[in-house]
Unconditional design. Structure first.
Length: 174
């Protein structure tokens, strides 16, 4: 919705389809490259950083002064979408108690679909009422809030467990 509004505002409505295609291509490329990395950090530990990157790219893209820079920003944001989605599913699988991984990943799917529906409806209400850069800032808020909520607290591992018992156990082996 915001892509169409941006291209309409710049009298380049025909560019909207190409920009959305650039977003999809960026997502595919980002997902393929991300999948080639042998990660040492668990998915739950990577997720907050991906969400924050997604939020930052959304916010910056809304400030683009030209259609070309906007398209580059949308494509760059796309490169983070697939890795973020895949990591969210992997984190749910990692964090789920034994025997509940399917349920946990179903909740991720439910959250994504509900958030997408709510976001699309909200975007439709806001796009004609607020400046477009502000709309992009508001679109950046959910992934930023999720990043803050998913960031492990001090003294906790990626699963939210206290690291103290692990440290004591490793001290005993030294």
């Amino acid at each position: 919705m915001y892509v169409v509004a941006f291209t309409d505002h710049h009298d380049r409505a025909s560019a909207a389809g190409w920009i959305l295609a650039a977003h999809a291509a960026g997502s595919a490329i980002g997902g393929l490259l991300y999948g080639r990395i042998a990660w040492r950090r668990p998915a739950a530990g990577r997720l907050p950083y991906l969400l924050a990157a997604l939020a930052l790219l959304f916010a910056l893209t809304g400030a683009a002064p030209t259609v070309v820079l906007f398209a580059l920003g949308i494509a760059a944001a796309g490169t983070v979408v697939s890795p973020t989605m895949a990591t969210a599913y992997l984190a749910a699988d990692e964090l789920a108690p034994p025997g509940t991984a399917t349920r946990a990943t179903a909740w991720v799917n439910t959250g994504v679909n509900a958030g997408s529906s709510l976001g699309s409806g909200t975007a439709g209400l806001l796009v004609d009422r607020l400046p477009l850069p502000l709309c992009f800032l508001l679109a950046a808020a959910p992934p930023l809030l999720l990043a803050l909520g998913a960031y492990p607290r001090s003294g906790r591992d990626a699963r939210g467990r206290s690291e103290a018992p692990l440290a004591k156990a490793s001290e005993g082996r030294a």
